[in-house]
Design a protein around this ligand. Structure first.
Ligand SMILES: [Zn+2]
Length: 105
């Protein structure tokens, strides 16, 4: 029922919408991909492993971080340190109530 007429920034962002949360929390500026979330404390990060970039999507959005230990957060932080912080891109800003769990249909 959702129209897929949103024009992306060229075909290079082809992965936008197929990554984590279907691009709901943005995607890599280079390819649109997103992986995560990775938690550092209550902060959630998404990354693009291919382009070594990351961006913060918010804090305490998911409960999972509470199940992780400070040691895990520290390890995640160290790992994230190798990624460049960027502004993610969003595919369809005209659909603010787009479902994060939309099943591509
Ligand atoms: Zn990328």
């Amino acid at each position: 029922m959702k129209t897929q007429t949103n024009t992306m920034d060229g075909a290079r962002l082809s992965k936008l919408g197929s990554g984590a949360f279907q691009g709901h929390f943005g995607g890599c500026p280079d390819c649109g991909d997103a992986e995560g979330p990775y938690n550092v404390g209550r902060a959630h990060w998404l990354v693009c492993p291919e382009h070594c970039v990351r961006w913060l999507i918010g804090e305490n959005l998911f409960r999972a971080w509470r199940d992780e230990s400070p040691e895990e957060w520290e390890a995640t932080q160290r790992w994230l340190d190798g990624f460049r912080v960027v502004k993610p891109v969003y595919g369809d800003d005209t659909n603010p109530d787009g479902e994060a769990d939309n099943d591509d249909r």
